[in-house]
Design a protein around this ligand. Structure first.
Ligand code: GTP
Ligand code: MG
Length: 389
């Protein structure tokens, strides 16, 4: 499907920029913008060029809002239609969905996201999805980079160590996140949280790890929205995944959805022999060992499901599940994909699994993408919600 991605605030801008770098020229990425009050943050972007960046809110004096969500909400209300217009040169009306990316614990991005979602919904008849980067517990705790609940850390056990008294980096991150998730779920078709803390290694902070984290977010956004948009004629999927499949899977009620993804490297086939699996006719010589293809597909589907998702899926359960399997066409073994679907039905308890495939001629990996919606509330999302209860 064709999406227009808008990065809001520092984090959102960096993720959108990473997506623009990694998916440069891919058809699914119809448009991309970065909006922030902070001129320096916009200047630091690499791939989103000047016309696609936009600094709004002169009242902020060209800086960030330092977590002031109230000020940011006011700016959002005042500038939403201006931001809508700032996208106009990229033909937003051709997009089949908008994707807002935002660090929900911050100020500028979090404050403006709900108003922009509302504005886009008013202007266009397509879903607005939100990718919400969740703050880590450590950000709003004294000591800043300390790991949550890590009572052995020298920082929390040290007495008289000045760093123990270091004020939290973003004291309001959790409360901002609670308010922003609530507002986004009221105004967006679906919310895809990305739980930063889940993806950190011990001792790491978001600032240390942000390039790696943003690579993961960008990869999953591309896998989800790029699945039905292969380039060449010979890569037309047998089961096309389109915008309405994604919409059916994630709903339009602002529910939380989780994205799992896994890849496995495979031997690329010479072009011209891509129907060599032997499944399509006995006269074709088998070029790829069927059991190897079956195993690659089974493994990636399991890893995408049980491996780390963008946010925890309690018990793996979901009302609705979307499965996309992609890779070099000869590796996309139909029976293995059908088996994987049945396994996923058991695993998630979803009544029906929506699915599609994404042939990548000449590709060197098989991938599986699993999107679950209608899930029980992830623990981190509950924690955030209860911070303002
Ligand atoms: N994944 C990821 N998360 C980030 C990154 N930078 C910040 N975050 C998270 O996003 C939250 C918001 O940070 P920013 O995006 O910098 O905030 P902002 O929207 O610019 O808001 P202000 O600077 O306060 O006006 C932080 O609390 C972090 O949890 C990043 O590069 N990647
Ligand atoms: Mg900022």
């Amino acid at each position: 499907m064709r999406v227009h991605v808008i990065g809001l605030g520092g984090a959102g801008g960096r993720v959108a920029d990473r997506l623009a770098t990694d998916s440069d020229g891919d058809r699914f990425l119809r448009g991309v913008n970065a909006f922030d009050t902070d001129a320096a943050a916009l200047d630091a972007l690499r791939s989103i060029d000047e016309p696609r960046r936009y600094r709004f809110g002169d009242a902020a004096g060209g800086g960030g809002l330092d977590g002031d969500l109230h000020a940011a909400r006011r700016l959002g209300d005042a500038h939403a239609s201006e931001l809508g217009r700032a996208m106009d040169d990229q033909q937003p009306s051709l997009a089949e969905a908008f994707v807002l990316v935002v660090g929900v614990g911050g100020g500028a991005g979090a404050g403006v996201a709900p108003a922009l979602a509302e504005e886009l919904t008013r202007l266009y008849d397509v879903p607005v999805y939100a990718v919400g980067l969740l703050p880590t517990p450590a950000e709003s705790e004294a000591g800043g980079s300390g790991r949550p609940g890590d009572s052995d850390s020298p920082r929390s056990s040290a007495t008289g160590d000045g760093s123990a008294e270091r004020p939290p980096e973003r004291p309001l991150a959790e409360k901002n996140a609670a308010r922003t998730l609530e507002a986004l779920s009221d105004r967006c078709a679906a919310v895809f949280p990305f739980d930063n803390a889940e993806w950190l290694r011990p001792g790491e902070t978001v600032a240390d790890a942000r390039d790696r984290l943003n690579g993961v977010v960008a990869e999953r956004v591309a896998a989800l929205f790029g699945a039905g948009e292969a380039d060449g004629a010979d890569s037309t999927p047998q089961q096309v995944l389109d915008a309405s499949d994604v919409a059916r899977a994630v709903g339009d009620d602002g529910e939380v959805a989780a994205v799992g993804h896994a890849t496995q490297a495979v031997e690329p086939l010479e072009s011209g022999s891509r129907f060599g699996l032997g499944l399509f006719g006995s006269s074709e010589p088998a070029e790829i060992d069927t059991s190897e293809a079956v195993s690659a597909i089974e493994t990636t589907i399991r890893k995408a499901t049980r491996g780390k998702n963008t946010v925890e899926v309690p018990d793996g359960r979901a009302d609705r599940t979307l499965l996309v399997v992609g890779g070099p066409p000869a590796w996309l073994n139909r029976e293995a994909i059908a088996d994987g679907r049945r396994w996923l039905e058991d695993e998630t308890g979803s009544g029906a699994i929506l699915s599609g495939d994404a042939p990548v001629p000449g590709g060197d990996e098989v991938f599986a993408l699993v999107v679950r919606s209608g899930i029980d509330e992830p623990a981190r999302v509950r924690e955030i919600r209860e911070s303002i209860a």
